[in-house]
Each structure stands twice: as C-alpha cells, then as structure tokens.
Design a protein around this ligand. Structure first.
Ligand code: BGC
Length: 522
C-alpha cells in the first residue's frame, strides 16, 4: 500500500510513505501480549476470592461472616472490606511502579520495560501459586502489580510508535484486545478450577498467571526498539535502518526528520516531570488525567471484577452467575474487534460519542429494571425473562465500552504526547487509571449497599459528563503522525491558545503547516 498523501487531517499533517510490513505487524502482536497479564489479573481475582477453600485458608473471618450472613437484603450481602483490599492492593503497586517504569522506558528503551514487567509478574505468579500464608499472597500481588505497571507504561507507547500513522489505532488496540482475552481466559479458568475437589483450585488459577507472563517476557527479548526511542537515545544510524526496515521503503527522510526534530526538542528538556506542567502541554496533561479517570468512572470494573457477585445479587444461582460472567467476557472480546476495524476509518471521536451514548442508555435501563424488582429494600427476585433482559442490557453496555473507552483509554493517551514528555505522560495515565481502579474496586460493594440501584444512575451521570467533555475538548487524532500531533492541538478551538507558533518544529514544511494550523477550525 503506497502511503504519502493518504489523509490530510485538516491541520497540515500527512502520513509518511511506507506500508504495513510483516515485521511491524508481528512486533506489534508480540508487544500487545503485554495486555494479557493485566487482563488475566482483572479476571482472576474476583473468582478466586469467591472460592470457599481460598477464603477458609487465608481469610477465615470473611468466610465465617459470609456463612453466618442470612441477611435478605440483596444489595448488602457481600460487603467485605478485607477481601477487596486483597484484590485492589495490586493496583496501588502498579500505580507506584509506573513512575519507575517511565525512567526505564525513556533511558533504556521500551522493550526493557516490557521485559521487566514480564519477569516481575512471573515471580508474583509463582509466589501466589505456592502461597502458604497471607504474607506470601500479598507480596505476590505486589509483584504482579509492579509487572502490570511496567507493561501498561511501555506497551501502548511502543505500539503507537511502531505503527504507521494511518493504522496506529488498529495496531494499538491489539493491547486492549489482549486485555479482554486475558479477562475471558481467566473467567473460563476460574469456572474450571472452582470445580476441582480438594480445595486447591485457586492455586491453579493464580499460578497460571505465569503463562501470559512467560509469553511477554520471552516475546520482548525478540522485539526491536522503536526508531523514536533509538534516536532519543543517540543511536541515529540504527534508527534510520530500523525505519527503513519497518516502513518497507527507502523514502523515510520526512519521517526521520520529524523524529530528529522531536528528539532535539526532547534533549532540551532536563526534567520531563517539571516540564509537563508548562502551559504548552496543558492539553496533553489534562487528557493524561481525565481520560483514565473517566475510563474508570464508566463503572466497567464493577462488571469485570464483580460480575459473578453482581449476578448473584440479582438472584442468579452460582453456576448461572459464573456463566453470565463468561458471556460478558465474550461480548467484551468481540466488541473490541469492532473498534480494531473502525478506529482509523471513523476516528476516535465518533467511537467515543457513540459508545458513550450507548452505555448511558443501558445504565439507565439496568438501574430501572433493578429498581422495579428490588426497590430500595433490596428484597425480591427476578423471573427468567426479566433476568434475561437485564443480562442483555449489561452486555450492550459492555459492548459500548469495548469499542470506546476501553481501547481509546489506552490509545489516545499514548499518541498525544510529544516525545519529550511521552514516558512521563504515559505514567500519569497509568497511575490515574490504577488509582481509580483501586478506588472503585475498594468502594463498589459498599456503594452497592448504600446507593442500591442508584449506583447505575451514578455511573450513568459520569458517562454523560465524559461524553460531553470529549465532544468539546478532544480533537480527532486519526491518521496524524505521532510526532506531528502538536499541529492538531494547535488547531483546536480551546487548546490552541496554549501553544505558540514558535513551539512547532515538525511537519513536512512546518512553516506552511504552522500557518495553516492557525486558521483551521477542527
Ligand atoms: C481497563 C480496565 C478494564 C478493561 C475491561 C481496560 O481498558 O483499563 O480497567 O477492566 O478495559 O476490558
């Protein structure tokens, strides 16, 4: 496929010549497997913490309380802080480690962060699988968290740098696709191991985390470095060769020059952390904080972590609850594919706006369906057809997330930062994401108990706010080369004011692009 003047994004930024080479495609597939470890963990802990043998061994008091609890109020049945602390401790570790990962990613290159993430996750899996006491369990989870922090910091950036601009969305979403596959695999494994007699099923579930960890650890060793990172670390010749190889053409001068310009800007920056606070990065900093915050405030992890509990709450039997979790997991994987094939064609904004509206409608319907049956007392049951409708709307909600906030929550932050603050910006993205994952995981059961069906309206309210935010403040980034992204911000009605003409050093003919950017209304 010849590249060149493929799409003019209205801001003077065009994709460079070149095609999607097999080399880039395979590199992206391997790097994306970094998403498996995150996904596996999201899916595995909810199921394990509901296994009696696991509770008896590590959290006997929780087990006894659950057995003794004959409360008929469905909303408050499963409220246990100790258990949620176990689940969410991982996210705190990931939050902190992503800051260290920023330095590794910038100074040593993206692949070594992935490798580091894989190895630590592997150790965590071993410790958890062989756990004899709570200390081993918690220590193992901290190691898993460090692994997730490193992988989520480096993989999205790697994918966005390797991909040709016009296919960046598709290749980057490979990461989210692997997350959803990890979640589904974990759900299925839990379903199987929960049936193991003898009480050691949980060990299998936890130890199998070593499989995805092994894949990314080994895989990362074979990955080439991105040209952006090579230039930034002073390996100009290697970067040129790599660019020729990954783009499958000798016509790389334009892209190479942009990388050099980006790297020159980057070298002027001594402290990426202080630098990111400067007014000219206001747009990117705002997105690095708001996008992950909003992603978690969609309420998706209520479904991902607690689907079996939630389905039990609304009256499903144990098996039916686990099967429903598998159904939402399947919907999550297949709906993600929709974004893989549309994100570079329709753009990020359309998916955000459509997905957001769909989630909002579904949340209102689900809240109302539950309100009608359980009211505020939390007492009552659902008939088969009624429950079927409920699961259907939950699935539609998951689908809306899976082609909007899910993948775009990782794609957009990874493609909007200029090189000099990319690693720092991505760490902010990861840590805000982990912080709110932690808060929601920690608070959900108590929230369900107090807000009751209103919990769905609460998240619905947030979805309304975030969809409006996107409509006004996020410019379209599809097809724009990553090192020319500043042209998009410059052209934006609101953010443009923070960027001076003299801040722009990239573009085919940046003076022209610069002049054009001033007049263009996106
Ligand atoms: C989010 C996770 C979520 C997952 C669901 C990811 O993009 O970061 O918090 O559990 O999507 O598929």
């Amino acid at each position: 496929m010849a590249g060149g003047a493929f799409v003019d994004n209205g801001v003077g930024a065009k994709d460079y010549p070149g095609r999607l080479t097999l080399y880039v495609f395979l590199s992206c597939v391997v790097a994306a497997t970094g998403g498996l470890i995150f996904g596996y963990d999201i899916g595995i802990s909810g199921g394990v913490t509901s296994m009696d043998s696991f509770l008896k061994k590590f959290f006997p008091s929780v087990y006894e309380k659950e057995q003794a609890n004959k409360d008929t109020n469905q909303y408050c049945k499963f409220d246990s802080q100790l258990l949620t602390t176990f689940t969410s401790s991982l996210y705190l570790a990931a939050l902190i480690s992503s800051f260290f990962a920023a330095t590794v990613t910038r100074v040593f290159g993206r692949k070594w962060s992935m490798f580091g993430g894989g190895i630590t996750f592997l150790l965590g899996a071993a410790l958890n699988g062989f756990a004899e006491n709570v200390l081993m369990l918690i220590f193992g989870r901290i190691l898993l968290g460090i692994g997730v922090g490193f992988a989520n910091q480096s993989v999205p950036v790697y994918l966005s740098e390797m991909a040709p601009a016009r296919l960046r969305g598709m290749l980057n979403i490979g990461f989210q696709l692997m997350i959803t596959i990890g979640i589904l695999a974990a759900n299925l494994i839990n379903y199987g191991t929960s049936k193991i007699k003898g009480g050691w099923g949980w060990r299998v579930s936890l130890a199998l985390a070593a499989v995805p960890a092994g894949i990314i650890t080994l895989g990362s060793l074979f990955l080439p470095d991105t040209p952006n990172s090579l230039i930034d670390r002073g390996h100009d010749e290697a970067a040129r060769k790599m660019l020729t190889r990954i783009r499958g053409t000798d016509e790389i001068d334009e892209e190479y020059n942009d990388l050099v310009a980006a790297s020159n800007d980057s070298k002027l920056v001594e402290h990426p952390w202080a630098n990111i606070l400067r007014p000219k990065y206001r747009a990117q900093l705002t997105m690095a904080i708001m996008i992950p915050f909003f992603q978690q405030l969609t309420g998706i992890n209520v479904i991902m972590f607690y689907a079996p509990v939630l389905f039990k709450t609304i009256g499903f039997g144990s098996d039916a609850a686990l099967i429903s979790a598998v159904i939402t997991g399947l919907v999550n994987v297949f709906a993600t594919l929709v974004s893989v094939f549309t994100v570079d064609k329709f753009g990020r904004r359309k998916l955000f706006l459509q997905g957001g509206s769909q989630m909002l409608v579904c949340q209102i319907i689900v809240g109302t369906l539950i309100a009608i049956k359980l009211g505020t007392s939390g007492e009552g049951t659902f008939g088969k057809t009624y429950a079927g409708f409920l699961v259907a709307f939950i699935c539609l909600y998951v689908a809306g997330f899976a082609w909007s906030w899910g993948p775009l929550g990782w794609l957009v932050p990874s493609e909007i930062f200029p090189l000099e603050i990319r690693s720092a910006g991505q760490s902010i993205n990861v840590s805000v994401n982990m912080l709110f994952t932690f808060i929601i995981a920690q608070a959900f059961l108590a929230m369900l108990c107090h807000f009751k069906f209103g919990l769905f309206y609460f998240f619905g309210g947030w979805v309304f706010i975030m969809t409006t935010f996107i409509a006004f403040f996020l410019p379209e980034t599809k097809n724009v080369p990553i090192e020319e992204m500043i042209l998009v911000w410059k052209a934006h009605w609101f953010w443009g004011r923070y960027i001076a003409d003299s801040d722009i050093h990239v573009g085919k003919n940046y003076e022209m692009a610069n002049g054009k950017a001033k007049n263009v209304d996106v």
